[in-house]
Design a protein around this ligand. Structure first.
Ligand SMILES: [Zn+2]
Length: 510
């Protein structure tokens, strides 16, 4: 153990003008020291040595023995201190290595961060370019219906798909746009809407195709979201036997409003529109700019004869369907959530299906339920939607940061996590609303409310795991810091170093 210099100590004796070197090992006892001195002086090992003081008086043997013992102890201490020094140096080197590695990681993380920042900026600048494109009203390209027969291949839905489509457990991810269009078409036929309102089946196809073309490819507010909301409404019509309680006109309004409810959504919410003073906000005076826009686009599409599924309607019926659809689409503005739910709560205990105001309020709550119903779906179907929504939120908050606009904490990638985003929303928005609807339709408890409770519990567990991980990370960081401080504290101070120098310093040869 230890270097050569720490394994022994040397002193020099002046023997009749000659310099004699005496090497002490760390294991030397007082007896060994005495023998070493004898051999240095050229005397037999067992020679009795007397120590004289400066006056030439003899120092007692006992005292001499004590001196030898002290010298041996000092050597031993010096060796121990040396060993401790080596150990501390080694530990320090190890820690330095770790700190260096951690430092490298930090550098790598910083590099990743800057790469991500660059990518975000690039995406934001691309988005800026796409958002400043021609406003919808001037963009006739998409609005123009296709004159030819709808080009999407006819998909025959299997009996299995037809059955599954009626349930909230339907897997919305396994279908391509054409298949989703076939499902929507099937919904209009299956509910008897095509027959009861004499809708031209070809116009229905063309209209749906035009609807598809007028949803943008946002991470969340896209055509698949439109399909999800409509499919959930269709499930609720079956689950709550709504056709027994509502008129066919109400059903037509519910389904059509669901199909149209997010048309041409730009991917940035009302708050952004208002704060950034966009063209939409200016046009609609900051009052639900997006929802007003979705409605306007829907009726621009209906204004095209080839896409007007209501062309056979008399003016009074068309007025009804227009008013009903507008009311429902405008109800999807979450800024009005409290107002709409409170109004429904006042009616629910004495609900009257013959009261138009009651029925309208219920329809508003139903489209709201469907609009935010992803967490009602099985976990594997629901969870990817959270990522899509966060992606859209982050796109917005990044842009808000770039433009110096206020950023909502729930959209900020620095502040939000999947569990924190979901728990509050499920607990305080979804469950209270679905439980209120449950008073009127107890059958939704097992199919819709229970999955919401399970999802809440799952995200709460995930949050606990997240919190525990953060706790461990924090403790680890503190421990490394503490260890580092401790080692720095045990580094040899000036005292022992001076002492070592005194003991091992070579004597002058002359
Ligand atoms: Zn929506």
């Amino acid at each position: 153990m230890g270097s050569a210099s720490s394994a022994y100590r040397v002193i020099y004796l002046d023997v009749d003008g000659r310099s004699q070197k005496v090497v002490f090992s760390r294991f030397c006892s007082p007896c060994d020291i005495k023998e070493l001195l004898c051999s240095a002086l050229g005397l037999p090992r067992n020679t009795t040595i007397f120590l004289l003081d400066v006056t030439g008086a003899m120092v007692s043997e006992e005292l001499f023995q004590n001196v030898l013992t002290q010298v041996a102890e000092q050597f031993s201490r010096a060796f121990k201190i040396n060993e401790l020094k080596t150990e501390v140096t080694n530990r320090l080197a190890m820690l330095e290595k770790r700190v260096e590695l951690e430092g490298l990681k930090v550098v790598e993380i910083e590099k990743c961060r800057s790469d991500i920042k660059k990518l975000r900026e690039e995406m934001a600048s691309r988005n800026n370019r796409s958002v400043t494109r021609k406003p919808f009203l001037e963009d006739n390209k998409k609005l123009t219906p296709r004159r030819d027969m709808p080009s999407y291949p006819k998909y025959h839905l299997s009996q299995e798909t037809v059955e599954a489509l009626r349930k909230p457990t339907f897997d919305v991810w396994q279908w391509e746009p054409n298949e989703m269009l076939s499902c929507l078409e099937h919904i209009y036929h299956d509910l008897g809407l095509v027959k009861d309102f004499s809708i031209n089946p070809i116009t229905l196809k063309r209209w749906l195709l035009c609807i598809h073309d007028n949803y943008r490819n946002n991470p969340f507010h896209n055509f698949r979201h439109c399909f999800c909301v409509t499919q959930m409404m269709y499930s609720m019509v079956h689950l709550c036997s709504l056709q027994e309680r509502f008129t066919q006109m109400d059903i037509l309004i519910l389904i059509t409003a669901a199909v149209c409810h997010d048309l041409d959504h730009p991917g940035y919410n009302n708050t952004y529109q208002i704060n950034a003073r966009t063209e939409l906000a200016v046009r609609y005076n900051d009052i639900s700019p997006l929802e007003n826009h979705h409605c306007a686009v829907a009726f621009q599409i209906f204004s095209q004869p080839d896409c007007n599924i209501f062309s056979n309607f008399d003016p009074e019926t068309f007025k009804q369907i227009r008013q009903g659809t507008i009311t429902l689409i405008l109800a999807t503005d979450m800024a009005r959530h409290g107002e709409i739910l409170d109004s429904f709560k006042q009616k629910v205990d004495s609900f009257d299906f013959t009261n138009e105001e009651h029925v309208t309020c219920l329809k508003m709550v139903l489209i709201k339920c469907c609009d935010i119903s992803n967490e009602v779906r099985p976990m594997e179907v629901a969870e990817p939607w959270v990522d899509c929504l966060l992606e859209e939120y982050f796109m917005q908050s990044d842009r808000e940061k770039l433009e110096g606009l206020p950023v909502a904490p729930f959209m900020d990638r620095e502040k939000v996590t999947k569990p924190t985003a979901q728990i509050g929303f499920i607990k305080f928005v979804l469950i209270p609303m679905f439980e209120t609807v449950m008073k009127l339709f107890p059958q939704i408890e097992a199919a819709m409310v229970q999955p919401l409770r399970e999802s809440r519990d799952r995200y709460e567990e995930l949050k606990q795991i997240d919190d525990a991980m953060n706790e461990v990370r924090g403790a680890l960081g503190r421990a490394i810091q503490a260890q580092h401080t401790e080692v720095m504290g045990t580094l040899p101070t000036r005292g022992p170093q001076t002492h070592l120098a005194l003991i091992s310093g070579p004597k002058k040869e002359k």
